[in-house]
Design a protein around this ligand. Structure first.
Ligand SMILES: Nc1ncnc2c1ncn2[C@@H]1O[C@H](COP(=O)(O)OP(=O)(O)OP(=O)(O)O)[C@@H](O)[C@H]1O
Ligand SMILES: [Mg+2]
Length: 437
């Protein structure tokens, strides 16, 4: 066995580890996995990850710390292993990954840049100051909450640092400050997610951003950025205390050539301003009357089925693979090759080669209750990928965040998209059917 590999940081036994291990293997590399302790119901993940990786370590708690990563890097070195780079798709470990890469001499985001993107309040202020956002924001306490609720300006509430749409909702008259306190106590008992909020930056509110929502999947190589895909969110549900993002299509259906070019130029301005030179990004934004506003910039690959969806568009290269390659190929001639490949995917530019395929996926969320049956129903097109993450018998409790039930991905030949997509958007709502007791 080769002793050269990639250090992968897994959160509670997950974080797309199988996908990234297989990406590393296609580049002839082993995988060294460091995982935080899985929840007791998922203890089977320990053995599974042990079997799938060349080297495995487990931390004592549900969240990794820098000490854990540092210690593992030392142990691997002592045992004669060579780490070529570090990767983690879990947002809570993005700073640890950046620190590890800094030590390994691999070009990546700087830890301080990661921290800025994860702080939605600081990020909004910085973009506002240079005219790249028109949205006002405020940190929330009982006083600022009351002022905002008394004003007529529509506002949106979210944690300053958060994921999985935890506690994200429009500030309407029926909501109260106690709702925030309730969400905070829920976060405190959520063993998987609470570490994301441990910096305790509290909640913020900002102007409600109207418009159609898109996400930009971006790779930056040595100061040049490439928009590998734009996903249009064709269905969003704002009804609860978490905004659910239900269905996405790429290439987008509501942006014409001119709008694509404008969007591309706007993302380049943001990257220029924030000096984002290297890495993989999932930039979420809304477009209203031809004006773009950032929702957030994730310093990582997008969640749900974004990575395999990119793979359909590029006919074989997933977003996690592009991210790994970004860390692996940094020599001058390698960088040129990477840039040339990425330029073909880069929407809104002259080098863009239109894809032969479109991709559409839908995410299914669970409702509170005990699941008595889950079944899959056929649509007008065979799916490319079906993932169901909950089982019959599972008791789902009410949460202020997304509770994933499953997700399904379809690959649509470009020349059939106009005909099939409208049908699929409707039919796919019932592609996974769940009965509750
Ligand atoms: N200012 C805003 N105005 C209107 N809607 C917003 C605003 N901010 C966020 N949203 C909506 O709420 C969703 C979740 O917000 P955000 O992306 O900031 O949180 P998150 O927890 O990081 O989400 P995720 O990890 O699921 O992407 C957004 O995708 C968007 O639909
Ligand atoms: Mg988001």
């Amino acid at each position: 066995m080769s002793k050269t590999g990639v250090l992968l940081l897994s959160h509670c036994g997950y974080s797309f580890i199988e996908e990234v291990i297989s990406n590393a293997a296609t580049r002839g590399l082993e995988s060294f996995v460091l995982s935080s302790l899985p929840l007791s119901a998922n203890n089977h993940r320990i053995q599974e990850l042990q079997e799938k990786s060349a080297w495995f370590a487990l931390s004592q708690t549900h969240a990794l710390t820098w000490q854990d990563v540092e210690q593992v890097m030392q142990e691997l070195a002592v045992q004669g292993y060579h780490i070529v780079c570090c990767l983690s798709v879990w947002e809570g470990y993005r700073t640890l990954m950046a620190k590890a890469n800094q030590i390994l001499g691999i070009a990546d985001m700087e830890p301080a840049q990661v921290e800025l993107l994860l702080n939605k309040y600081e990020l909004r202020q910085q973009l506002h100051q240079v005219g790249l956002s028109q949205v006002d924001c405020v940190l929330l306490d009982e006083h600022t909450w009351a002022n905002l609720q008394a004003s007529s300006k529509p506002a949106f509430v979210k944690p300053v640092t958060g994921i999985a749409s935890y506690g994200t909702f429009p500030l309407t008259a029926d909501k109260s400050w106690q709702d925030i306190e309730k969400i905070q106590s829920e976060i405190a008992t959520d063993l998987t997610y609470r570490s994301i909020f441990s910096a305790n930056r509290g909640f913020m509110a900002e102007d409600y951003i109207a418009g159609q929502e898109f996400s930009f999947e971006i790779i930056a190589v040595d100061g040049e950025m490439f928009v590998v895909a734009i996903h249009e969110k064709v269905e969003i549900d704002e009804s609860g205390s978490a905004v659910l993002e239900n269905a996405c299509v790429t290439p987008p259906i509501h942006l014409d050539e001119v709008q694509l070019q404008k969007a591309r130029a706007w993302t380049a301005q943001i990257f220029q301003e924030l000096q984002l030179q290297w890495g993989c990004y999932h930039l979420e934004a809304r477009c209203y009357n031809d004006r773009w506003e950032v929702i957030e910039i994730n310093p990582r690959v997008g969640g749900a089925l974004i990575s395999p969806s990119v793979s359909i568009l590029t006919q074989g290269v997933s977003m996690t693979q592009l991210w790994l390659d970004n860390l692996l190929y940094q020599k001058p001639e390698e960088k040129l090759q990477q840039k040339a490949r990425l330029a073909n995917f880069d929407l809104g530019t002259e080098t863009y080669q239109p894809s032969a395929m479109s991709s559409y996926f839908r995410v299914y969320f669970a409702k509170p209750g005990r699941i008595s049956a889950i079944k899959q129903v056929n649509c007008c097109l065979e799916p490319d990928l079906v993932q169901v993450s909950l089982k019959t018998g599972t008791e789902v409790v009410e949460m202020a965040r997304e509770v994933f039930l499953g997700q399904v991905l379809w690959a649509i030949p470009q020349n059939k998209t106009n005909e099939l997509l409208p049908k699929l958007i409707i039919e796919s709502r019932n592609a996974i059917q769940v009965d509750y007791e």
